[in-house]
Write a protein that binds this ligand. Structure first.
Ligand code: MN
Length: 235
């Protein structure tokens, strides 16, 4: 290949790449198909933004490998089925407790839970919220401290893999745990806040010290604006 051919090839390759990108952009805008990438929420901050409470390396694996893996598996499992064009929540509801769809349910629910989890944190978060979410917590738990104790103890006591949640159930706020991929949206509850207590969420940073991971989350990471927004949307 001489120099001119080289440039010609490069030009065609770049043009091809741009057409591909434009194609993805168009299908997202037109809404005719559920664009695969829309199932995976972007990380709402930089990979190292939650340090030192959650390291860049943990997020590299947790978001980059585990979460992306759930997204890729979900896409593979729904491809060519009647679930393929549904929103993620419906994929979860329609595959729940269907024996042949157990992998679809597990991957889709984990994908939803992780999309939600990353938004539950922010740099310089944590501590006590303000406004309506604080009032609702005080109404249901007696005080913010009583809520924080219940949430932390619940997260520490989850046996095996799972999640701890603050949910709205009817008119009450509650703390619940779910095992493995299970998610409050199949129980008719509205999730407000979650903490991933699978070992992959904290083991690189804390090894067996799950209580330290929980403390870091409660005191320095919770995005209470996100939880407050979820409460508002729940009506
Ligand atoms: Mn996880």
């Amino acid at each position: 290949m001489d120099r001119r051919d080289f440039f010609k090839t490069s030009f065609y390759l770049s043009a091809f790449a741009m057409v591909q990108l434009a194609g993805i952009g168009c299908s997202r805008q037109s809404g005719t198909t559920e664009p695969p990438s829309s199932l995976l929420s972007p990380l709402p901050y930089n990979q190292d933004s939650l340090e030192p409470y959650i390291s860049s390396r943990t997020i590299e694996f947790h978001y980059g490998k585990h979460h992306q893996g759930y997204a890729a598996n979900t896409l593979k499992l729904i491809a060519g089925t009647n679930l393929a064009k549904l929103p993620l929540k419906e994929i979860i509801q329609k595959s729940h407790e269907i024996k042949e769809l157990v992998s679809t349910y597990n991957n889709a629910a984990q994908l939803f839970n992780h999309n939600f989890y990353w938004q539950c944190m922010k740099p310089n978060g944590g501590g006590k919220p303000q406004g309506k979410i604080l009032q609702a917590i005080e109404q249901s738990f007696g005080s913010f401290d009583a809520f924080a104790k219940t949430f932390s103890e619940s997260a520490a006591s989850q046996f095996g893999s799972g999640w701890t949640w603050l949910v709205k159930d009817g008119n009450q706020l509650k703390v619940i745990n779910t095992s493995n991929a299970d998610t409050p949206i199949i129980m008719g509850m509205v999730p407000l806040l979650t903490l991933d207590v699978w070992e992959h969420a904290y083991y690189l940073d804390y090894q067996n010290r799950r209580a330290d991971y929980i403390r870091g989350f409660m005191e320095h990471l919770v995005n209470w604006e996100f939880a407050g927004k979820n409460l508002e949307l729940a009506g």
